[in-house]
Design a protein around this ligand. Structure first.
Ligand code: PXL
Length: 290
């Protein structure tokens, strides 16, 4: 009998404090009934956003032997999911991992984590952007935020972009390779602070939109939570717009559960308070076909 638990290879760093990367991804996917098999790219004492003096151990040189063991074991993954990467060499390792373990029956999601609010993160540079452009070409699904999309396309970060402009960006990103592009933090052309998640499904030539109510708080790690839930939902058999809706609803619930407490935002959302909502049915669905 086929084992009823699916496996995801999760290629991310382990940041000990702050609920980003693997410390968000593992609890979320485990709660969704999916086994996470981490490929730890680095170990940090905390994520890098808003913390100083964190420790950082780069595991790049360990990864070849680590992955070779998995190749010998002939593990079959239902999904491969990569996020924050520290160097062009790590991007090459992920690319090789996809070449070896990717196939027509599994899902490859690349979250091209590079920046936010119009700027690259401190550890990113143009060489990383160029390499990331190649990596997204190997994915079935990518989940850039609006900033990362601008860098991937070599476009200005222009918050006044209109709906037709966003559709063009999505189509151009899909022409780089992925069949599905999910763009997060899309600015609202009406100028209010609400944002949207808008996706393009190349095979069916369809655009889907889920709107997010504005909450005046930025918590690190929510991008990792978002992409994890997309992976989990699609593996559970949800359609693309339902997967987007579940992710947006969870992030909104998690921020609302956290925002009323006084603690540093850099510690991330209080995931542990809301993980069990991942097992509730999606109600009040509000996605739109554009
Ligand atoms: O959440 C993305 C992420 C992952 N890993 C590290 C980070 C960040 C974002 O800042 O610093 C180490």
């Amino acid at each position: 009998m086929k084992i009823p638990v699916q496996k995801v290879a999760a290629i991310h760093d382990l940041s000990g404090f702050g609920r980003a990367s693997l410390t968000a991804i593992i609890p979320i996917l485990s709660t969704m009934g999916i086994q996470v098999c981490p490929v730890p790219t680095a170990v940090l004492s905390s994520h890098t956003g808003d913390f100083t003096d964190y420790t950082f151990v780069d595991l790049t040189d360990q990864l070849e032997a680590y992955v070779n063991h998995w190749k010998k074991l002939e593990i079959e993954f239902d999904a491969i999911y990569s996020g924050f990467l520290g160097s062009p060499k790590q991007i090459a390792i992920v690319s090789d991992f996809i070449d070896h373990f990717g196939n027509d029956n599994n899902l490859v999601l690349v979250d091209p984590v590079m920046g936010d609010n119009g700027e690259l993160y401190a550890t990113m540079d143009n060489e990383m952007v160029v390499n990331m452009r190649n990596l997204v070409g190997k994915a079935d699904i990518i989940t850039p935020n609006f900033t990362e999309a601008a860098y991937l396309l070599g476009e200005e970060y222009d918050e006044s972009i209109d709906g037709a402009g966003v559709k063009k960006w999505l189509k151009r990103l899909s022409e780089m390779g992925p069949g599905t592009v999910i763009l997060t933090s899309v600015p609202n052309p009406d100028g209010d602070k609400n944002t949207s998640v808008i996706a393009y499904d190349k095979r069916h030539d369809k655009y889907w939109k889920v709107s997010c109510r504005y909450i005046p708080a930025h918590f690190p790690g929510t991008g990792d939570a978002f992409a994890s839930i997309v992976v989990g939902s699609l593996l559970q058999g949800d359609s693309l717009p339902v997967a987007m809706e579940r992710s947006v609803q969870f992030i909104t619930t998690a921020i609302r559960a956290s925002y009323g407490f006084e603690y540093p935002k850099r510690e991330g959302v209080l995931l542990e308070r809301v993980l069990n909502t991942l097992n509730l049915p999606v109600i009040g669905s509000s996605y739109e076909l554009l």
